[in-house]
Design a binder for this molecule. Sequence first.
Ligand SMILES: Cc1ncc(COP(=O)(O)O)c(C=O)c1O
Length: 339
Amino acid sequence: MIIIPDRILLANLPTKIVKLERLSRELGKNFYVKRDDQTGMELSGNKVRKLEFTVQEALDKNCNYLITWGGVQSNHCRATAAVAAKLGLKACLILRTDKENEEEEIDGNLLLDKLLGAEIHFVSFEDYKARLPEIVEQVSREAKAKGFKPYLIPVGASNGIGAFGYFRGFKEITWQEQEIGVQFDLIASATGSGGTYAGLFLGKKVLNHPAAVYGINVCDDREYFVEVINNILQECLRYTDLQLSYSKDEIMLIDGYVGRGYALSSPAELKFIQKLAQMEGIILDPVYTGKAMYGLTEEIKKGRFKDCRNILFIHTGGLFGLFPQRNMFDFGDTAEEGK
Ligand SMILES: Cc1ncc(COP(=O)(O)O)c(C=O)c1O
């Protein structure tokens, strides 16, 4: 059996797996959801599984200042801020915004970042794209000058160490399969920076599980993510003595559902979020899980997964990102449909 790095216990695990009865009937499948949106409250979502491993590494290196980065509504940055506060560390977030010179609305994840006491540096899209390493270096230097020992966590905690979060998550799924007496034919989740998928893929390969494991990319495209995920896997394997052989063709993505672009929603995606909320009482977020589950169900309807009976979608959280997008929803439509 593969020996993996130590982790600090942060998440509420195991998360439940529930069957969505009405959606299952509609799709003609047994459709289950793993509630990784319930890994915690402040910590909720997939990021905390990865942070259990990354932050343990930071502690092992005696670091006390977590520097990370992402979009202004990053779930990962909020989870990092929460972990830092819980452990008495400092979090420093480099947040990409198009409102660098205006007041950024203190809402959703950003509100929580502030409440949790994270140090925040807003940077423009242009600077983030062109100068991120330089900015990280500068922030790191300033932290050292103040006597802190920084530890850098890449976007989404999607690196070799972070990926163990979903290697473990995959094992958890296999234990639950035995408990509930179901074997999944297809396991899918949103892909935004690749770490979740890399961990699930490693789990499937190491445990030799028959399920097809798919990521649904919410930005970029299949080719981009195959490279990203492969790099994460290679880094991950360096932490173990495992000789894993796989081909890049085995990295499976459902491409074609980026829609209007990263964090931009289409009316069909928003309608799907509303429909699922009312049908099953499950709230998805517009940036990741809404887009991804919309894509997955569309592909099922088109017959792509006709050989799969038991399908598991991992709800990776993101709820706080819903609130800043409140104006996107058209509740008039829902009222009309209900008549
Ligand atoms: C709520 C949510 N779901 C899914 C993802 C995608 O996971 P990953 O970044 O590991 O691909 C993210 C972050 O990118 C996220 O915040």
